[in-house]
Write a protein that binds this ligand. Structure first.
Ligand SMILES: [Zn+2]
Length: 70
């Protein structure tokens, strides 16, 4: 399991906004989840409530930057 870093992959249940199905969401980056049903990339927003939104290009860029800095 070396090379993963301090972040551990998490699998949670949630309703995917892309396919509107209660399914498993796999976290592969902090606050970023992937729907196992439709492969949509979702970003976890924490604004009093936690909800999943469809990740946009900005999220992908942020993820890329995180990877480069790791
Ligand atoms: Zn989905």
């Amino acid at each position: 399991m070396a090379g993963i870093g301090i972040f551990e992959t998490q699998i949670v249940t949630g309703v995917c906004p892309e396919c509107d199905t209660k399914t498993l969401l796999v976290s592969f980056e902090p606050h970023v989840f992937k729907c196992v049903n439709c492969d949509a990339i979702l970003e976890q927003k924490v604004n009093g409530v936690i909800k999943y939104v469809i990740a946009d290009e900005n999220t992908k860029l942020a993820m890329k930057n995180l990877n480069e800095e790791a």
